[in-house]
Design a protein around this ligand. Structure first.
Ligand code: LLP
Length: 405
């Protein structure tokens, strides 16, 4: 049991807490499911980019899936080996491409023919060969929230199968491009296996075709996306996930790359916030807390549900509840952490709300909106807590502007 009250007393509120033991268990679970196969677990850095979190996965032998050169640099800084780093994303700039080639990472994922030509050009100017992979869009509905669906032609990601074949054939002939990987990622928070299986099958057939053209694909990158339980979702087990992918690959000799983010870090993260006030507008009950949409955007942006536990410092009865919206101090009606949630009637100023499953896309999507400093991040490991990012001060927020006035 984590002592949330003590942590708020020690580090203040609001606060992110990460249970590293949980992260490690999730990592081990995935590795175990694919046991006996060549595997690289490339942690999706965007889900939680804290250097200590990345370092923790580096220690376990993980790689990194990055979507900006900033993320690549974070991964390297945190100790991820360069040959375990992948660089994806629909819009890489020339500078980013150049730096990725110079830093000699495992491969760059191509997301359009135009991008391939730019990568070739940058590589040629550097006089160095660029290892590439192609992100193929299988046009399969992942059955998830439309904002986090990526595997349909209507989404901006990847290229269709025919285009990918053209890219591979061109790249094989190019002096400056070396095709080594094949990639797909159909969406995030996937709770159904069939779209993954169907995509793997489609892309697996493409892999066989490419091998028949003597294009030597060494990495079969199945992306991330395994869903987690926020409420009562029935999720995909790592074992079933692995079986679906392995059955498609048969005896093809490739290294499987996974790019999990949420699966590794969501459930081990907690966002702690404290009650400021309670108010009523007509019959509507609001609990105003010190955490807001700038700290945890998912409820506002996706209407996402996060379970919330209520903790009080006082000796009060928490069992009687009534419906309330839990809202932050930001000047937007869309600023809420929960709507129509049953909240204990007796809670009052200073009581703590523990917003669960906040380890993924929590802090990493936070901002300074309303000139609010981003909150501190705390790691918990073997029962010991330690700070891994300081709370931002007002001086931090104005540091890049101050000199201009
Ligand atoms: N690989 C690629 C190419 C991706 O685009 C993503 C996530 C991942 C891996 C990791 O996916 P995961 O295993 O975490 O599902 N902000 C949203 C999620 C956006 C996901 C974007 N891509 C949210 O809070 O739900």
């Amino acid at each position: 049991m984590i002592n949330f009250k003590n942590l708020v007393e020690k580090y203040g509120s609001p606060l992110y807490i990460y249970d590293f033991n949980h992260f490690n268990e999730r990592f081990a679970e995935l590795r175990k499911a694919f046991r006996g196969n060549k595997l690289l677990i490339a942690y999706a850095v965007k889900s939680n980019s804290n250097l200590s979190v990345i370092k923790n996965f580096a220690k376990l032998g993980g790689g990194a899936d990055c979507v900006s050169i900033g993320e690549v640099k974070r991964a390297l800084k945190a100790g991820i080996e360069k040959y375990r780093i992948i660089f994806s994303g629909v819009g890489k700039s020339d500078n980013e491409i150049r730096e990725a080639i110079e830093r000699d990472i495992l491969f760059i994922n191509i997301e359009s023919e135009a991008e391939m030509l730019r990568i070739e050009n940058v590589a040629k100017n550097l006089g160095r060969e660029a290892r590439i992979s192609v992100r193929v869009n299988p046009n399969i509905d992942p059955q998830t929230h439309p904002y986090i669906s990526t595997g349909l032609h209507e989404n901006k990601f990847g290229v269709d199968i025919e285009t990918s074949k053209r890219i591979y054939i061109y790249a094989k002939r190019s002096e400056w491009l070396k095709p080594v990987g094949l990639h797909f990622h159909i969406g995030s928070q996937l709770t159904k296996l069939s779209p993954i299986r169907d995509s793997a099958e489609k892309i697996g057939n493409l892999l066989r075709h490419l091998k028949s053209l003597e294009i030597d694909i060494k990495f079969f990158d199945v992306g991330g996306g395994i869903g987690v339980k926020y409420c009562d979702e029935v999720t995909i087990s790592p074992k079933d996930y692995a079986e679906a992918i392995l059955s498609v690959l048969g005896n093809l000799d490739v290294t499987i790359i996974l790019e999990p983010g949420r699966f590794l870090v969501a459930n081990g993260g907690y966002f702690l916030t404290s009650v400021l006030y309670e108010k009523k507008n007509g019959n509507k009950r609001f609990i105003v807390v010190d955490g807001a949409m700038n700290d945890l955007l998912r409820p506002s942006l996706y209407g996402a549900f996060h379970d919330i536990e209520f903790i009080s410092n006082k000796d009060i009865d928490l069992s009687e509840k009534s419906s309330a919206d839990i809202v932050g101090p930001i000047c937007e009606s869309g600023d809420f952490l929960a709507k129509n949630r049953d909240v204990p009637v007796a809670i009052s100023h200073g009581d703590i709300f523990v917003v669960k499953s906040a380890g993924a896309y929590g802090f990493s999507m936070s901002s300074n909106y309303n000139t609010r400093g981003r909150v501190a991040e705390i790691a918990l490991e073997n029962g010991v807590d330690r700070i891994i990012r300081d709370r931002e001060t007002f001086e931090d927020l104005i540091a890049l502007e101050d000199k201009y006035i």
